[in-house]
Write a protein that binds this ligand. Structure first.
Ligand SMILES: Cc1cc2nc3c(=O)[nH]c(=O)nc-3n(C[C@H](O)[C@H](O)[C@H](O)COP(=O)(O)OP(=O)(O)OC[C@H]3O[C@@H](n4cnc5c(N)ncnc54)[C@H](O)[C@@H]3O)c2cc1C
Length: 385
């Protein structure tokens, strides 16, 4: 059942994404997984199709749509079964670039947004550090003023698009004399700036075609206009954008989970055992039905939260709920769907094997389940808590 907020325009967008997945992703995804990257031409192709500018204003070549478009895009792309493809695109469209859309100066927008929309410049959001993950206030990367600009030093890790991307949106301390929440700022840092060192391309369990970097900033000289938004407001910028990140992440999880059920259904309908198909076993039918009900519930909450966001209403409670709910659910769905595939589900040739590996990080990254549930708990009854 399609959510009521999925308009005809968004269905059209999803059909375009589906065609791109069929024509480009499915024939090539396995090769990209082996290569550990997605060719830039493919990202340019996504740009030409208008997928990378959904949240960018029309003045810069985008289509200026809202969170509903982001979740429709994320959900459909996630059905491609290659989590690394989905993540590469969504970090660019919904996790890094919105910082520029929201806080960029006219000059920064004019310079960066058109190539971002075309897929010529790929962005990364650079927040996590060895000693600061869930707790963003722990970060140590610092930028100090020097002359007319800044000098940036620090180490970042687990950065998606950090190896092959071009433009980093970096969170750094700019005032260590105040609380981290007041002394943090955002910067635009081009990867090719002297002193920016991608020290490691990290090897992962899943999302193999998505590149993940450990980055060191060593006396990186930045011009004054590398500052993105107001000095000292970086922590709030990260927290604000977390809402969009978590919402599209939940949409991604719902899309992957729904696709996994579809794949498992195809399999159990034909796989024979004990005198019938696996579908003939009530326990399998009912487990799939129960999972489908939960995925549908998650999906509806994704669209509801996106609608709240599009109305300009506070959706922190709903976004936190749905990130936690779908992040756990997608893992349960993958576990069961892999189980129903028997030994085949353990083989690289089966999409479900990759999908199960890809799903594991989804209750961890971008706000671990426990952190999301704390956000929900705080909002259960603000009077009493
Ligand atoms: C593949 C991948 C890609 C990523 N991409 C990016 C990126 O592009 N940019 C970026 O900045 N970061 C990125 N990250 C980082 C990601 O967002 C962090 O890993 C995540 O926020 C968790 O931080 P951490 O790993 O430091 O775990 P920690 O913060 O050390 O937490 C470890 C565990 O402790 C538990 N926990 C944490 N806090 C609480 C609490 N308050 N209550 C109870 N339990 C708690 C949770 O179970 C959590 O999983 C990526 C990570 C991965 C794995």
């Amino acid at each position: 059942m399609d959510p009521i907020h999925l308009s005809d325009d968004l269905r059209l967008l999803q059909r375009q994404v589906r065609r791109f997945v069929d024509d480009v992703v499915l024939p090539n995804g396995a090769a990209w997984e082996t290569a550990g990257m997605i060719p830039r031409d493919v990202l340019r192709q996504m740009g030409a199709l208008g997928f990378l500018g959904i949240r960018c204003p029309e003045a810069y070549g985008g289509s200026g749509m809202n969170a509903l478009a982001s979740v429709a895009f994320a959900e459909e792309l996630a059905r491609c079964t290659f989590g690394g493809v989905t993540m590469t695109a969504l970090v660019h469209t919904d996790m890094a670039t919105p910082h520029i859309v929201r806080a960029g100066s006219d000059d920064q927008k004019r310079r960066y947004l058109p190539p971002i929309v075309k897929g010529e410049t790929i962005t990364a959001i650079v927040v996590t550090e060895p000693d600061a993950g869930s707790d963003v206030q722990g970060l140590r990367t610092a930028a100090r003023r020097e002359g007319n600009g800044w000098i940036l030093n620090g180490t970042k890790r687990f950065i998606t698009n950090g190896v092959y991307g071009d433009l980093y949106v970096v969170a750094a301390r700019t005032d260590t004399s105040v609380k981290p929440s007041r002394g943090m700022s955002m910067f635009l840092v081009e990867r090719r700036t002297p002193g920016v060192k991608v020290v490691k391309k990290l090897e992962k369990m899943g999302w193999l075609c998505s590149d993940t970097a450990e980055i060191v900033f060593e006396d990186v000289r930045l011009p004054a206009d590398a500052l993105l938004g107001e000095e000292g407001k970086g922590f709030y910028a990260v927290m604000d954008n977390f809402q969009n990140e978590r919402l599209v992440a939940a949409a991604l999880y719902a899309g992957e989970a729904d696709k996994a059920i579809e794949i498992a259904l195809d399999y159990v309908m034909t796989r024979k055992a004990f005198g019938g198909t696996l579908w003939d076993k009530q326990v399998i039918r009912q487990r799939l039905a129960a999972l489908a009900a939960q995925v549908e519930a998650g999906r509806q909450l994704v669209y509801h939260a996106a609608w709240l966001d599009a109305q300009g209403r506070d959706a922190v409670r709903e976004v936190s709920m749905v990130k936690a709910f779908c992040g756990e659910l997608v893992n349960r769905v993958m576990y069961d769907c892999q189980q129903f595939h028997g030994g085949l589900g353990y083989m690289h040739e089966a999409a479900i094997e990759r999908m199960a590996r890809d799903a594991r990080v989804q209750s961890i990254g971008g706000g671990a389940t426990e952190v999301m549930l704390e956000e929900v708990a705080r909002r259960l009854d603000p009077e009493r808590l």
